[in-house]
Design a protein. Structure first.
Length: 283
C-alpha cells in the first residue's frame, strides 16, 4: 500500500485522537496519507482525493461507510472500516485494535470481499424521477401521520401480492442485519448475491420474507390508502436511510441488483457467523 485515503466522521472522533493514531502509523510505514474530515451532510468526496488511492480507511460506523460506499465503488476503491459507533457489521476493526489491523493492511495480509449493491428507481406517471444505489436497503415507509400503506409487489413483471402494511424493505445480504433483521427478516451471509423482500408489520397472516435472485427486477406499486386524500402524500422511499423521495399513489419503485459492488477489506480470519455471534452478544 503506497497511498491510502483516511475518512473521519468528525462526530465520532471529535478530538481526532484515533485519526492521528491511524495516520501516524501509516506514515511511519511509508504510506502517503490523504485525509478527509466529513460530516453527515456530505454526500460525496472531492474526486481529487481519490486519485491513485489504493484503499479507503473509514473511521466512524456503518452509516459513515454507507455514506460514501457508492462513490468509492464507482472507482473500485476497497474500504476498511474502523468502528467508532455501537454495533458495526460493515466496520470490521474496533478502535482498540487499530495498530494491529493497520500492520496487516500495509503488509498486504488481507482479503477483499465483493458485496452486492442494489439500484432503486422511482417513476411518477411513467417517468423516472429518481435513481440511486444502496449498500443496505431501499425502504418504502409511511411518513408522519400513522397510516397503513397499500401497495402491490411485482417480480419480473409478474404480480406477486398486495400488502397493507407499515412499509416494505428491499435488502441486500449486507443489509440483512440492519432494518431487515429488526422487521423479522432473515440473516444472510454478506457475500451472497440475493435480494430480500421483507414487509414491515403487514396486516395479514402472510408475513414471511421473500428471497430472490440478485438479477430479479422487483417493482412496488403504491396504491391509494383508506385515509383522506390530504394524507396520501405522506409516504417516502429511503436509500440506506437517506436520500428521501416522497411517494403518492400511482408511483412505482423498482429495485434490482446494481452493476457495481462495494469492496470491503477483510483482515480477520473468523467466519461471518462468529462475527455475528459476537455482535449479537454486544447488542
Amino acid at each position: 500500500m503506497k497511498k491510502i485515503l483516511v475518512i473521519t466522521n468528525r462526530y465520532k472522533d471529535e478530538e481526532l485522537f484515533i485519526t492521528e493514531k491511524v495516520c501516524k502509523h501509516l506514515e511511519d510505514a511509508g504510506v502517503e496519507v490523504i485525509r478527509a474530515i466529513v460530516d453527515r451532510k456530505m454526500k460525496t468526496l472531492n474526486e481529487v482525493l481519490l486519485g491513485d488511492v489504493e484503499c479507503a480507511i473509514v473511521l466512524g460506523g456503518d452509516g459513515t461507510i454507507m455514506q460514501f460506499a457508492n462513490q468509492l465503488s464507482q472507482v473500485d476503491i476497497p474500504i476498511l472500516g474502523i468502528n467508532m459507533g455501537h454495533v458495526g457489521y460493515l466496520a470490521e476493526v474496533d478502535s482498540d485494535h487499530v495498530e494491529e489491523a493497520l500492520s496487516r493492511l500495509v503488509s498486504g495480509n488481507f482479503k477483499v470481499q465483493r458485496r452486492m449493491m442494489i439500484t432503486g428507481t422511482v417513476k411518477k406517471k411513467g417517468k423516472e424521477v429518481l435513481r440511486n444505489t444502496a449498500v443496505n436497503d431501499v425502504v418504502i415507509t409511511r411518513n408522519g401521520r400513522l397510516q397503513v400503506i397499500n401497495f402491490n409487489i411485482y417480480v419480473n413483471g409478474n404480480f406477486l401480492k398486495n400488502y397493507n402494511a407499515d412499509g416494505v424493505i428491499l435488502s441486500t445480504p449486507t443489509g440483512s442485519t440492519a432494518y431487515n433483521l429488526s422487521a423479522g427478516g432473515p440473516i444472510v451471509d454478506p457475500g451472497a448475491e440475493i435480494l430480500i423482500i421483507t414487509p414491515i408489520s403487514p396486516h395479514t397472516l402472510m408475513n414471511r420474507s421473500l428471497v430472490l435472485n440478485a438479477t430479479d427486477n422487483v417493482e412496488i406499486e403504491v396504491l391509494p390508502t383508506h385515509e383522506e386524500e390530504e394524507y396520501e402524500e405522506m409516504m417516502e422511499v429511503d436509500f440506506d436511510g437517506k436520500d428521501n423521495g416522497k411517494l403518492v399513489p400511482g408511483d412505482r419503485v423498482g429495485v434490482t441488483g446494481a452493476d457495481c459492488h462495494v469492496k470491503m477489506i477483510c483482515l480477520n480470519p473468523v467466519s461471518f457467523m462468529e462475527t455475528l455471534h459476537r455482535k449479537m452478544k454486544e447488542s
